[in-house]
Design a protein around this ligand. Sequence first.
Ligand SMILES: Cc1ncc(COP(=O)(O)O)c(C=O)c1O
Length: 387
Amino acid sequence: MTNFNVVPNRRNPNNYNKWTYYPKDVLPMWVADMDFPAPKPILAALHKAVDHGVLGYELPSLALKEVVAARMDKLYGWKVRPEAVVAVTGIVSGFSVAARIACTPRKGVLIQTPVYNEFHEVKNNIGVPQLDAPFIKHVNGNILSYEIDWDIFEKQIKKAGMFLLCNPHNPLGIIFPRKDLLKMAEICIKNNVLIVSDEIHSELLLDDNKFTPMAKLSAETAKHTITLIAPSKTFNVPGLFCGFAIITDKELRERYEKEVNHLRLHVSSMGLFAARTAFSGDCDGWLKELRRYLTGNRDFLVEYVTKYMPEVRTTIPDATYLSWLDFSQTKIEGSPFQFFLKNARVAVSEGRIFGENGEGHIRLNFGTSRKILEQGLGRMRKALQSI
Ligand SMILES: Cc1ncc(COP(=O)(O)O)c(C=O)c1O
């Protein structure tokens, strides 16, 4: 049994991370990594590599690609050939490369807002238009839910070269139902738009939720899709920067690989070693316990907000360790992020970085011990009461 109630101290002053970025009295609940150590088999694989002593260049081996392909089969019954797997230096690099091959100054990137802040950087980094398809927001009591606005989606897709899907969704915690995936795929295929499905959170499922990769829908969908996955979020090894693009269409994959090679996006050996162990199945017991713990944290958060901060609206995420909170009905003036940093000494993520419709909201990372979560929420509650 892993004790997720105890988390290591990350406040080493020589480090620059989630815990040292802000002053010492600030509780960090912002950037998306968890406060838990990675599972033991991954740490053992890394120790083994260090003990060997030679840290030479390492390329993604066929054995590693086979492990990734086998995981897709095991989790979803999705049969992909090992050669369809391309190693990338992370998911942000992965979708940036995709934008370089699929977008032009006339054909932009379609994103569904609010969404992960790096999705908003593609326009600047690659120099292509950004096309927003904001979600429709629903409020029931203090519970938030979001739905796709199909009219806007269909309108914007006409100007797109690529649709960058976030599934499960950061920061909303949505796992898109099959009917939505089918409709998105149909619209993209009809308009000849490449689907890039960022599925980095696909194994961080809460409750007993299930997940279907976009490309698993049909052979036709797979042909139009680049699937991006990584062990980084699930097994808490994001600092090792290793992800995978799964591209079943040979021609598309060759264009993608050519671009990866042009940019010399080589993955570090430690990232490759960690990924192989992470996806081998050896860490699945740990993952099961983690999901249970995170589900408990999610429930604790929703109950806490509903009971003690009823004017605050919250999502009930189905996946991820991220919650999305709306402070527009509270007395906070201006940015809730600044308010809590100043008055609660809690650092969350500013809602506006996820899109214009993120104004008045924050993203809170609950991938931590229950005690730290309770402490953070307690500080926020007190700050709200003091207005
Ligand atoms: C949806 C999503 N994609 C990508 C990333 C980052 O991926 P990487 O660090 O592999 O570039 C994150 C991190 O929070 C994320 O939430």
